[in-house]
Write a protein that binds this ligand. Structure first.
Ligand SMILES: Nc1ncnc2c1ncn2[C@@H]1O[C@H](COP(=O)(O)OP(=O)(O)OP(=O)(O)O)[C@@H](O)[C@H]1O
Length: 315
């Protein structure tokens, strides 16, 4: 089953399993430039709490998706994805495509990535004690996912300037200097990008935009706010439209994002919808959750109640 064949369903609350908690961990050892110390500290806490842990390390892109797609319902009580937003993206696509019965296994994250936007979105600190506590005690509840051209995303999918930055970021540079690799690529794209316009249709209404980002979550690139009203459990997307094209406007939008002023700009608007289509230059990249998911033309929609996500316990 592809994510696009997905039908929403109700997830019953997870009752505590009898016996030790069984965790299957999918670990991307390259995420965030390899954060072994944080990973080890979380594992140690899980182990001390008596959890039964089975680790699957990824060897290359695509492994996390294949591991999640092959899980049977009884393989574990919780699937833990240890990596960044790209590895989580792979795992959710694997779960949605899962035909072995494991699709509703609650997914908990162990943030090891560069930006860890989903962790920020659910209010999870990257401290090992907080992460272990969430994996062991956090409650799971259904959230919506987005889907772009058959590929699911947790956070957002976008076209235009930011997608070109993501498409061109050098993976090795990102491992060495982290988020600065995006800053460097943004400067480079300001010099070389040709700023086309896109035709964006949201639930039948047509707009023209220089960039468009369909958000399922309100944070972007860290703790920057693109769509203040976007909520993971809302069965709709907040489509952010950057109205003006050209270098100066791109710099203005980037500065406004960093300063938290984006929603106040008159040429920036947010439209709520469930079905989005985007047309523009053929084969233009679509970025989703910080990786390139597909290319134009884009057909984007929301998948309500698509993932059973573990949230940090309330204090
Ligand atoms: N063993 C591996 N070797 C190389 N690449 C991998 C491996 N496992 C997963 N990947 C790919 O690495 C990419 C980056 O991983 P991920 O997004 O988890 O970390 P990150 O980029 O450091 O963090 P973030 O997305 O939070 O900024 C993903 O697209 C994933 O598919």
């Amino acid at each position: 089953m592809r994510p696009s064949d997905y039908r929403p369903r109700f997830f019953p609350p997870v009752s505590p399993a009898a016996g030790p908690l069984r965790l299957r961990i999918i670990h991307n050892p390259t995420a965030g430039g390899a954060r072994w110390r944080r990973y080890g500290a979380v594992l140690e806490r899980l182990d001390r709490a008596g959890a039964r842990i089975e680790e699957l390390a990824t060897g290359r892109r695509g492994d996390a998706e294949a591991y999640a797609a092959a899980l049977a319902r009884d393989d574990c009580d919780r699937l833990v994805v240890a990596g960044g937003d790209g590895t989580i993206n792979e795992a959710i696509n694997g779960l949605l495509a899962n035909q072995a019965g494991g699709r509703t296994i609650p997914l908990a994250i162990l943030p090891l990535g560069t930006a860890n936007v989903l962790a920020q979105e659910i209010g999870l600190s990257t401290r090992p004690a907080a992460v272990a506590r969430m994996i062991l005690q956090g409650a799971a509840r259904p959230i919506a996912l987005g889907e772009a051209n058959g590929r699911a995303f947790t956070l957002m999918a976008g076209v235009g300037f930011d997608a070109h930055v993501v498409a061109q970021v050098d993976g090795r540079l990102k491992k060495r200097i982290g988020k600065l690799a995006y800053v460097w690529q943004t400067l480079r794209q300001l010099a070389v990008y040709d700023f086309p316009l896109y035709r964006v249709t949201v639930d039948g209404e047509v707009f023209t935009a220089a960039s468009a980002v369909a958000c399922n979550a309100h944070f972007y690139g860290g703790r920057y706010v693109l769509a203040p009203d976007a909520l993971l459990d809302d069965p709709s997307l907040e489509v952010c439209l950057f109205g003006r094209t050209g270098r100066l406007h791109a710099v203005k939008y980037a500065a406004a994002l960093l300063l938290g002023l984006l929603p106040r700009l008159p040429d920036y608007r947010i439209v709520t919808g469930r079905q989005v289509s985007i047309q523009g230059p053929a084969e233009d990249p679509i970025q989703g959750d910080g990786d390139i998911l597909a290319s134009l033309p884009a057909a984007i929609r929301v998948l309500p109640d698509a993932l059973n996500l573990v949230f940090p316990p309330r204090r």
